[in-house]
Design a binder for this molecule. Structure first.
Ligand code: MN
Length: 718
């Protein structure tokens, strides 16, 4: 089978037919473009892009990435230009190819240090920076680059020695750590072993011989252990795949380095393989762990739960090590199939079955992590100035701090522990009550420095942020995102509370007025966009229930009149009184002179009972010494009064009726009818009052509710 056919078959396993034919077209185009070119090894050039694409197909990458992989060298090595590529295969593919080409060009400018055979720090920094930048735009560029490098490493033998060593070194220094950071273990290990083979051929040979001599013995052992484990798991009802895998040569070499520092020989390394258990779901992972630990004694300190606490590159598994058969220590990984796929292909697993959809929110989350992968210290050996230069150069206005678990967070310079708390999680910010920096308590306004480990102390109970945090002069917060979260909290709290209050006030008033007002109509009437906005305004006091009621037309009242009036004889509508110059002050007719419409009148400001209206000729007025208490009043525009029946329910007590009626008359409202129905301990008072508007009725309700013993006041038609 040709390589091309192998690629199409592989792609057909997970891509729809039209996508596969698209990949086929890219192949034909690349084949044509590279026609006649040969690699150093003498193979046709097209084999290289084909192999590159094949690795990506194993990772189940989408058709765009596969096409770009097939075309990845045409811009660099043929006459084909960007525009042609873009026309034929679309912007996405062209951009990917362009990205790969640019990375390749920058790489070729790097030499290696003649003495140490290492890539100089600044060149390495430049390479990594370029990769990070490119990756932030589209991580597929780097995946193609890794696959490209993988094939180049496999065919390195035909290169000249210095070039060969330079590429191997670069692979170990840059590409393997990159694969590691992206969680693509499969590629990382292969790259490491391939590079190691060229860089340290003697050690490589020694270890592979060691592995070879004990191979039979080891394979028999693995077979036996796998068999035992399957049996036990089956007995416990766990359906699992159990495999034993040899460790990679470079990782054995690193382990051997450690052993030799401890004066032990590499022959003593007996954990040259690890066991892996793949199960269906998370529950089974823990069940399998139980089975393993029941069968063999776990080694203390070797258990890690990366399911509950995934690594920052999303890796999940349970890790343990046990004293296996014959007392040999064996590492065991337990994971689900999904976790296994992620562990092998890392970030690439995202494209699994996700043809053409790279924009979901979960993925965006992962990309945030990707942009923060400056935690190179662990991966790129030594070179502090490189790390420093890298930080200041690329992200000079940033500080990088750690969570207590060692996760890296990136914040703008000047950020505080409180900013950090909000970056970790909004809820952590809201509950933040203190902070420790590198183990020491610091004020929440403290400025974070590069490398600080920040521990946030939170309250157990739900509590909100402090108002002070929004005061810029107090410098609690530097980041706009944290500030807006605090602001949102307050808005939400207040709004929630205000809406609730407004709702209650309104419902109560509607009930009392016994009107049928549609909520939606009220929002409209009061010119609010939504009923929530209206309730919020009502609850906060920006709008009063009086404002609302006064907007309701008098016809609202009248509609109810007929029913209410049916049982009472109504007096003729009486004109109301308006006191000029004092607005809405309470007015009542003086009992001494009983002015009636048309009399010349004057107002007298009483202590606490509003204005009393007297005839101008009343002796009490003429005798009054405090002239300033007299105010001009006039019979106002005649207002039509409407009878409205209201009902009060309250605790029966002596004087209740008297207090109620006096409140009504204090309000300047006449009572046309009154009845009380006393029962054992409560009393129901029904009144027909003459009001000029709903507004007046609302005020009356408020007054009557203040009377001791009154529990409820409402309008009724019965
Ligand atoms: Mn290439």
């Amino acid at each position: 089978m040709t390589l091309a056919q192998e690629l199409f078959d592989k792609a057909s396993e997970y891509l729809p037919a039209d996508r596969v034919s698209w990949v086929r077209e890219a192949y034909l185009f690349a084949h044509e473009a590279h026609q006649g070119q040969l690699r150093k090894s003498g193979e046709p050039f097209i084999d290289h892009p084909l192999n590159t694409a094949l690795y990506l197909a194993e990772m189940k990458l989408d058709s765009v990435a596969l096409s770009a992989a097939l075309l990845h060298d045409v811009l660099e090595d043929t006459d084909v230009g960007y525009d042609l590529l873009s026309d034929r295969f679309g912007e996405d593919v062209a951009k990917l190819v362009d990205g790969v080409t640019k990375l390749t060009r920058s790489e070729q400018e790097n030499g290696i240090d003649e003495e140490t055979l290492a890539v100089p720090h600044d060149a390495r920094a430049a390479s990594i920076r370029k990769m990070l930048m490119t990756m932030a735009e589209d991580v597929r560029v780097v995946l193609i680059k890794l696959a490209d490098r993988l094939h180049n490493m496999r065919t390195l033998g035909s290169m000249k020695e210095d070039r060969r060593l330079a590429i191997a070194r670069e692979t170990l220094d840059i590409y393997a750590p990159l694969a590691h950071r992206l969680g693509i273990w499969e590629i990382k290990w292969i790259l490491e072993d391939l590079a190691f083979q060229h860089l340290n051929p003697d050690a490589y040979k020694e270890i592979s011989q060691l592995l070879a001599t004990k191979r039979d013995e080891r394979e028999r052992y693995i077979e036996r252990v796998v068999g035992l484990l399957k049996e036990e798991l089956g007995a416990d009802g766990v359906e699992a795949q159990v495999t034993g895998r040899a460790k990679h040569i470079y990782s054995i070499y690193l382990k051997g380095q450690k052993y030799s520092r401890a004066n032990r020989s590499i022959d003593e390394i007996n954990d040259l393989f690890a066991l892996r258990i793949v199960v269906n779901d998370i529950q089974e992972c823990y069940a399998a762990l139980g089975t393993v630990h029941a069968k063999w004694r776990p080694l203390p300190g070797e258990f890690d739960d990366y399911i509950a606490n995934p690594k920052d590159n999303l890796y999940q598994s349970l890790h343990t090590a046990v004293l296996c058969e014959g007392g040999a220590p064996v590492e065991i990984q337990i994971r689900t199939r999904e976790m296994h796929h992620l562990a092998e292909f890392g970030i690439a697993a995202h494209w699994l079955y996700k043809e053409g959809d790279a924009s979901d929110a979960k993925f965006e989350q992962k990309m945030i992590w990707l942009r923060q992968i400056l935690d190179w210290q662990r991966d790129v050996s030594g070179a502090e100035e490189f790390i420093e230069g890298f930080k200041t150069d690329v992200f000079e206005n940033q500080v990088f701090v750690y969570t207590p678990r060692g996760d890296l967070k990136e914040l703008p310079a000047g950020a505080t522990p409180l900013d950090f708390a909000y970056r970790v999680h909004t809820e952590v910010g809201h509950r933040c009550i203190g902070a420790k920096l590198n183990g020491k308590l610091v004020p929440l306004q403290h400025q974070l420095q590069n490398g600080d480990t920040v521990e946030i102390m939170t309250s157990k109970t739900v509590r909100g942020p402090s108002r002070d945090w929004l005061n810029d002069n107090l410098q609690y917060l530097q980041t706009a995102s944290a500030k807006s979260k605090v602001r949102q909290w307050f808005n939400r709290q207040e709004r929630k509370a205000n809406i609730q209050t407004g709702k209650e006030v309104f419902a109560k008033e509607v009930r009392r007025l016994d009107t049928e007002i549609m909520e939606s109509a009220v929002a409209d009437l009061m010119s609010f966009d939504s009923i929530e906005d209206f309730f919020c305004a009502l609850g906060s006091g920006a709008v009063t229930i009086g404002n609302v009621v006064s907007k309701l037309t008098a016809t609202e009242v009248q509609e109810k009149v007929d029913v209410a009036a049916a049982e009472v004889t109504l007096p003729d509508p009486t004109p109301g009184i308006q006191v000029l110059g004092v607005g809405d002050l309470l007015t009542r007719m003086a009992r001494c002179c009983n002015p009636i419409g048309g009399d010349k009148i004057t107002g007298y400001i009483t202590r606490g009972r509003g204005v009393t209206v007297h005839r101008q000729t009343c002796p009490n007025v003429l005798r009054e010494s405090e002239i300033e208490r007299l105010v001009p009043v006039d019979w106002g525009e005649a207002k039509t009064l409407y009878p409205v029946r209201i009902r009060l329910e309250g605790w029966d007590r002596v004087g209740l009726l008297r207090d109620v009626t006096s409140q009504v008359s204090d309000e300047g409202v006449n009572i046309a009818y009154c009845s009380t129905i006393p029962s054992e301990d409560s009393s129901v008072i029904t009144l027909t009052v003459l009001v000029d508007s709903l507004d007046q009725l609302t005020k009356l309700f408020a007054k009557l509710e203040g009377v001791v013993g009154v529990m409820q006041v409402y309008r009724t038609t019965q």
